[in-house]
Design a protein around this ligand. Sequence first.
Ligand code: PLP
Length: 373
Amino acid sequence: MNALQLPENPYLLLTPGPLSTSKTVKATMLRDWCTWDDDYNVNIVQEIRQRLVKMATRKPENYTSVLMQGSGTFSVESVIGSVIPENGKLLVISNGAYGDRMIRISQLLRIDYKTYKLFETQLPDLAKIESILADNKDITHLAVVHCETTTGILNPVKEITHLAKKYHIKTIVDAMSSFGGIQMDIDAWEIDFMISSANKCIQGVPGFGFIIARTSELEACSNYARSHSLDLYDQWATMEKGKGKWRFTSPTHVVRAFMQALLELEEEGGVAAREQRYTQNQQTLVAGMTRLGFQTLLPIAYQSPIITSFVSPADREYNFKLFYDLLKSKGFIIYPGKVAQSDTFRIGSIGEIYPVHISHLLHSIQEIKYWSN
Ligand SMILES: *Cc1c(COP(=O)(O)O)cnc(C)c1O
């Protein structure tokens, strides 16, 4: 087969990103844009920035947004590296790989930090956080992941940031895998810096991340950056002054596709409707998998509608690679597990995925349950 004649979508991605996206999102990438022309900057980038802020809160006047080249992690690193002053101290709460990634970033950037580490299946304990904050008066910033994609656990962000604010601590939330798919109001939730990316619940394609920041907090960060290319303040100041201008080459096609993805999110009925669809996907999945004899890693009460970890079957004949390959041949890509203490696999419920696809998936899993015949 000629490489240019690949079938359009040989399988659905039931993964935490990149996700299956709509045809219309992909189609927008079939033309070129000039990075400094108004058609691009003013009409697309500025429009996106305003829409993101409006999506994030009912108090858009308090917030601004910045788009940042790279995958989601680049935006996380941009925030951690740009908003904490030299004498600041960061508390990172971690119950998974993405929390750990913020710890690693802080370490490499030589930021003074403290960690509150938990098992991947544990929720942070609010009383414990409060005692850490009370005993460590030098902590100036707190970072936490909303949906920890490692397991699919949903952390009590609102309660955590509320505690942080009681101690006058600035709040950073990695809402990478939840923003656009779970309703939130970052002003009501007392979040100063919220991070997400193009290829998660907004259903765009990968290539940039974005930060929604309390304007008064970002304005104070002009001299804190520890990296030039990831300088959040400078990127923001350039976008403000240049009406959508990025500092360096921007992922124009990806940005155009993202604009389309935002329109499609609006058409669907906004975040509330999308959350409902993802929830339906996830509940259909868990109900069906339970019928097939699978067990979720997390108690249902901890579970997000984004991605679900299942315990691998105990049968000796089961192995993930074979299970994966068989499902792939039937049109579904699933994800390996990422939990230290148990053998698991993950199935995502986000992207251009509907309950009917989940039903097909369940049917396929039933057909290939080769290990229990
Ligand atoms: C996807 C994701 C990220 C970013 O990952 P990239 O591979 O850099 O895009 C960060 N945090 C969470 C919780 C995520 O789900």
